[in-house]
Design a protein around this ligand. Sequence first.
Ligand SMILES: O=c1[nH]cnc2c1ncn2[C@@H]1O[C@H](CO)[C@@H](O)[C@H]1O
Length: 319
Amino acid sequence: MAAKKIIIDTDPGIDDTMAIFVALRSPEVEVIGLTTIYGNVYTTLATRNALHLLEVAERTDIPVAEGSHVTITKGTKLRIADFVHGADGLGNQNFPTPKGKPIELSAASFLVQQANLYRGQVTVVALGPLTNIALAIQLDPEFSRNIGQIVVLGGAFAVNGNVNPAAEANIFGDPDAADIVFTSGADVLAVGINVTHQVIMTDADREELASSKGKFAQYLSKILEVYFSYHHDAYSTRGVYLHDPTALLAAVNPSLITYTEGVVRVQTSGITRGLTILYNKQKRFEEVTEWSNKPSVKVAVTVDAPTVVKLIMERLMDS
Ligand SMILES: O=c1[nH]cnc2c1ncn2[C@@H]1O[C@H](CO)[C@@H](O)[C@H]1O
């Protein structure tokens, strides 16, 4: 079977780095581009890091399209999670400036172009706030039909968020964009932290990475220091959550997760800004609600965590 074409929309980011490297070692998929967004770092740095990571991987044939610097409502007060990933987004390692440049097209235009070129065949794996995807939907009314699937790492379905008790970081980053994507009619699969918090890399796993000869394993075992110490402080755990690579593997191999279907709306204001609420369709409400007559999406419910961790480890060490 031909490899599935994927575009990774990313804000690298330590777990983004893992996801990108795992994708490059997954024969089931062909990475046809990276698009960048703010989140873990500002967009300019996300672009620089994306170019740098492709140079590390010796895959500078893959285009990088720079994404939005502001939210879908033109908001410039962004929440940047440098306290999770380090000031450079990559564990404060002082990496050299990449030689490469992003392509001329914006992320949204690139997404529209590729969805058009390969109708129904492109999967977008969205690892940051959903601004670029919402912009693509606004740019081209056909985008939600042309795109194959949008796998969203985001949301906290019936669990606490990681920004505050209501909101998960990627949805909180641009709740208006997230609501546009969830109600767009595209084939959307949301992998929330209710699922990714089950997928943990332990200290022992990290030591295994460090002792492996794999290029990606070596690179990661260094940058993971900051990510581990953040988790230790914030969650009092000795492991880290593998958010981004889990979402990536859900796109690579859907049988690693189970999901339910329903309508997802996003709270865009107030103290619960960024909250994702799934209507599971078990009750027919008397009144018309904000969930009525909206298209359904898929929301991941369970994950085969041991297999996901095993695949991530194998693919990072085999490099
Ligand atoms: O505590 C946190 N605050 C903000 N962002 C976080 C935190 N933990 C992880 N991430 C980042 O946000 C996504 C998952 O929500 C992941 O991409 C992760 O890198």
